[in-house]
Design a protein around this ligand. Structure first.
Ligand SMILES: [Zn+2]
Ligand SMILES: [Zn+2]
Length: 103
């Protein structure tokens, strides 16, 4: 099991050691695999209140699924729901490439 030469894989999930290649990939992975019921409940409340409109940017008319992903991934909210240390791990691994990611 020596797979350390693969430079595409930049990091591994701190929770389950699945390889993640980018910050976005990491966030998607956390959202899909390590989301909490707490997070889903919060999202529903925020979504109902905001009526599908993002309070952090100009995006509007989203359904719950799009809204959830937008808030969690585009605005990094998913990291606030993770166990202590996960957010720091994501940021310290991918901080420098942040500027290239947003299009
Ligand atoms: Zn994981
Ligand atoms: Zn937004």
């Amino acid at each position: 099991m020596t797979n350390t030469n693969c430079d595409v894989i930049k990091s591994k999930c701190i929770v389950c050691s699945v390889p993640v290649g980018s910050k976005l990939q990491y966030k998607c992975h956390l959202f899909d695999n390590h989301s909490t019921s707490n997070m889903e409940a919060d999202l529903k409340v925020v979504f109902d209140k905001a009526e599908g409109k993002c309070s952090l940017c100009e995006r509007d008319k989203m359904d719950l699924e799009v809204f959830s992903k937008h808030l969690m991934l585009d605005h990094d909210k998913v990291l606030d729901y993770m166990a202590p240390g996960v957010k720091e791990h994501v940021l310290s691994n991918f901080e420098s490439s942040q500027a290239n990611e947003s299009r």
